[in-house]
Design a protein around this ligand. Structure first.
Ligand SMILES: [Zn+2]
Length: 323
């Protein structure tokens, strides 16, 4: 009797172990990873690789977005790591199509940036017009059609840059500061780079017209700057992408590298240009990836212990299209 009981107990234990084993296999070993077949996007569209994952179970996925500034066929590499640590690479073919309209949209009348009112009767010297002060008492100057508030170059929805303003890329000061910041990020485990930096007036014009053609002007204005109004034309701003994370889209918000940037960018002279909840000041939705160089001193002030103050609020200026 006792022996029979022991045998039964052993059998039950055995069955339990087999059951646990099967459960473990199902939960941790069996994995699924499916990608979309083939994808095509428009020139300069931002590509979110996460969007093309059709199904995934029991895996961690690492990927990098692609540069869509030139038409062609590219591959997004997805590195898949299973729960048991097995690594496998998958590739998704992405065709970047240049469907820039052959100016179907009548080129807009040169956007008429709020012409700065000249109150003084001083003669114009060296194209320099000291015109007025901002609502916070800072000097607003227009030099060769470029607006500076308290000496800070401004490109937003109120103030535009002339089509001829072209630094040809990020300035050397910005590049040096970015290198320093990315090196510091690397120390804490983030591989970052400036994915989208300088954009010329002409590039922005094509991009914007493309969007207007596709979605209409009202909608395009909510997510794309009009030519001359993009901060990317200044050579002082860029969008950051971190390896393994969503790139230039709202899925980057709240991620570890986004939080690191929000808390450290000021140490290198950069500001989170479009902070959360400041849309009515900046004219733009929260962009956790867009940084603008202003130098360490001002950056530290705008950082405001993590509660970022917008540049518009600080300087006492608006960011609104006049039409
Ligand atoms: Zn940007």
């Amino acid at each position: 009797m006792k022996k029979k009981f022991k045998l039964l107990l052993l059998l039950i234990t055995f069955i339990c172990l087999v059951f646990i084993g099967i459960m473990f296999y199902i939960r941790n070993v069996r994995y699924t990873f499916k990608l979309a077949d083939k994808v095509s996007v428009n020139l300069n569209d931002s590509v979110d690789p996460a969007k093309y994952i059709k199904d995934m179970k029991n895996v961690n996925v690492y990927y990098e977005s692609i540069d869509t500034s030139k038409a062609g066929i590219y591959k997004i590499k997805y590195t898949v790591k299973t729960n048991l640590g097995i690594k496998k690479d998958y590739y998704l073919e992405v065709e970047v199509i240049d469907n820039t309209p052959v100016i179907k949209v009548e080129p807009e009348v040169e956007p008429n940036p709020e012409k700065v009112e000249i109150k003084t009767t001083e003669p114009v010297k060296n194209n320099k017009v000291v015109s007025r002060t901002s609502s916070k008492g800072y000097k607003v100057e227009e030099i060769n059609s470029v607006t500076y508030v308290n000496g800070i170059l401004i490109a937003n929805k109120t103030f535009s840059l002339p089509s001829t303003y072209n630094p040809g890329g990020l300035t050397s000061e910005v590049n040096a500061a970015a290198d320093e910041m990315f090196a510091a990020a690397k120390v804490v485990g983030f591989e970052m780079k400036a994915q989208s930096g300088f954009r010329s007036y002409e590039t922005q014009r094509k991009l914007y017209n493309n969007y207007v053609n596709r979605d209409g002007k009202a909608k395009a204005d909510t997510y794309s700057a009009r030519p001359g109004h993009s901060e990317h034309q200044t050579g002082l701003a860029f969008d950051v992408c971190a390896k393994g994370y969503a790139c230039i889209n709202s899925n980057f918000n709240g991620t570890a590298p986004a939080n690191w940037l929000a808390n450290n960018a000021h140490l290198y002279g950069f500001i989170l240009r479009y902070p959360k909840g400041k849309t009515n000041e900046t004219g733009y939705l929260y962009e956790s990836w867009h940084f603008r160089y202003v130098g360490k001193e001002l950056a530290a002030e705008l950082y405001n212990n993590g509660d970022w103050i917008s540049l518009e609020n600080y300087l006492g200026i608006t960011s609104e299209y006049s039409n």
